[in-house]
Design a protein around this ligand. Structure first.
Ligand code: ADP
Length: 485
């Protein structure tokens, strides 16, 4: 696969600074591994402060012209980028499976999903309207202009190597901003391939830069620069807090998409099949490694046993393996640390009285494969219900009343996604409104789309990605007050 990618020109290993593929200045590299096999796929440039500062300068220069293009022109080039991403859906999908591990079908799905942000924001580029406000004095005129924020630093995680980038870079470029992307060191290859296609699409040199390597150094350089006007980040809550604090030095704008602790609430009146299908999708997508993955499955006592039984049967059928193998729906976890975390959470739960219904150990395939797991009798004292497990473990918690479920669901600092399963319309409204979450799925486990806002409340983050609201993150609202008239 790697050699085929090489011949397509999409296997890039250097950083991209000012439109030039660039080695680390000191020649350092870092290895990118295939989590399913441990093989080294490539060695990429391991960059730091100096390269980042040059990338920022390039983005700053490119901003002057990119922001002055007509919206229609920016839109055309973004659309071209979308077309190229889709034309290379298969290669990009392979690259994602190779470095991230998710099954090829899911990886190809991510390419479609990731590309959709570029298409959507190509369209939105043309719809950045201002306002004319009736003045308070007869000789004044008041105008509101929406103008691009400026240079954006985008720091992204490994679980969606493409989509987490496009949903930041799409709106940023559409608004007239330019960007310095720092992809995860675990999955830089997809980011580099996408950047190559951006160049091919006519996104000018310097408008999209990619640096990777020493994350804290790159982060510090982005934070320290007064030319970077905005940091947009998806990743852990701990790093997000650091970035938010670091952005204070130059009062940058920040958008943060951080950890979740998604409750998935199954009420007695739910349609069992719908609840199983939705919970399965919400929990086991990407082997449980998404920030909207159901982290706690709260099941009402009347349906608890039936649900546990049917859910176990469904989870038993999930085929685990290398993402390139036919029929596999569960790939490996991203690395050893991820498996260790799952093991720690499980030991903690079992030591406090939880019961393993299914799985509960490393998969016989070895590496970082883990058995799809269901664990019952989980309570609020266990790590499994307090923190994000980020793995293929579904903890079941029992509740009696709707009030109790709402209390349990909201009893966390996180507030990203929540899911409810019920056939009662009044309950749907009541519970959806009472849940302190930025996203609520009702009888549905897959809730992310480019056309609707995605983002969290409480410590799950700031700002929204996707949809028309996703544009606001990259726009300043500036007033012009004019005498005359
Ligand atoms: P995850 O658990 O998803 O790996 P992280 O928050 O550790 O979450 O990583 C998300 C992104 O943040 C990655 O690109 C990572 O390299 C980057 N990152 C980690 N530490 C820092 C830091 N101190 N400054 C800037 N970026 C960082």
């Amino acid at each position: 696969v790697a050699s085929r990618l090489q011949s397509s020109g999409l296997l890039r290993t250097q950083g991209l600074i000012g439109g030039k593929w660039t080695n680390a200045y000191d020649g350092k590299t870092l290895e990118v591994n295939n989590p399913a096999t441990g093989e080294i796929i490539a060695e990429v440039a391991c960059m730091g402060r100096k390269e980042t500062n040059d990338a920022i300068s390039s983005a700053f220069d490119a901003y002057k012209s990119w922001s002055k293009l007509t919206a229609a022109e920016r839109s055309k080039r973004l659309r071209k980028w979308y077309d190229l991403l889709m034309a290379h859906q298969e290669e990009l999908g392979q690259l994602i499976t190779l470095e991230q591990g998710k099954p090829l079908k899911e990886a190809m799905g991510e390419v479609g999903y990731g590309a959709s942000f570029i298409e959507f924001f190509a369209e939105e580029a043309k719809r950045v309207y201002g306002d004319i406000i009736p003045p308070t004095l007869p000789d004044r005129r008041l105008f509101v202009l929406k103008q691009p924020v400026g240079v954006v630093g985008a720091i992204t995680p490994w679980n969606f190597p493409l989509a987490m980038i496009t949903r930041k870079v799409g709106p940023a470029l559409a608004c007239g901003c330019t960007v310095v992307i720092k992809p995860s060191e675990l999955t830089p290859l997809t980011a580099l391939a996408a950047a190559e296609l951006a160049l091919q699409a006519g996104i000018p040199p310097g408008a999209v830069n990619v640096v990777m390597g020493n994350a804290p150094d790159i982060g510090d350089a982005l934070l320290a620069s007064p030319q970077v006007r905005k940091i947009t980040f998806t990743g852990s809550t701990a790093v997000g807090k650091k970035l938010m604090a670091g952005a204070a030095g130059t009062v940058k704008r920040v958008s943060l998409e951080l950890g979740g602790n998604a409750p998935c609430i199954v009420f007695d009146d739910a349609d069992l099949d719908v609840a199983i299908k939705g919970t399965l999708a919400a929990k086991f997508r990407n082997s449980g490694q998404t920030c909207v993955c159901a982290n706690r499955v709260l099941v009402q006592e009347g349906i608890y046993d039936k649900f546990a039984d049917a859910f176990s049967k469904a989870v038993q059928n999930l085929k685990v393996g290398d993402g390139f193998s036919e029929g596999v729906v569960q790939g490996p976890l991203i690395n050893e640390a991820a498996v260790n975390k799952v093991e720690t959470f499980l030991q903690d739960a079992v030591s406090k009285g939880a019961k393993v219904l299914l799985g509960g150990k490393r998969h016989s395939l070895g590496m970082t494969f883990y058995e799809p797991t269901i664990i019952s009798d989980v309570n609020s004292e266990m790590l499994l219900s307090r923190e994000e497990v980020f793995g293929p473990v579904a903890p079941l918690l029992r509740f009696k009343t709707e009030e109790e479920a709402i209390h349990m669901a909201n009893d966390t600092n996180a507030g990203l996604a929540a899911y409810i399963f019920t056939n009662n319309v009044q309950r749907t409204w009541r519970v959806s409104e009472a849940l302190e979450y930025g996203l609520v799925g009702v009888n549905e486990g897959i809730i992310s789309t480019e056309v609707a806002p995605f983002g969290g409340i409480k410590q799950s983050g700031l700002g929204r990605e996707g949809s028309k609201y996703g544009m606001d993150e990259y726009l300043e609202v500036n007033q012009i007050c004019m005498l005359g008239g």
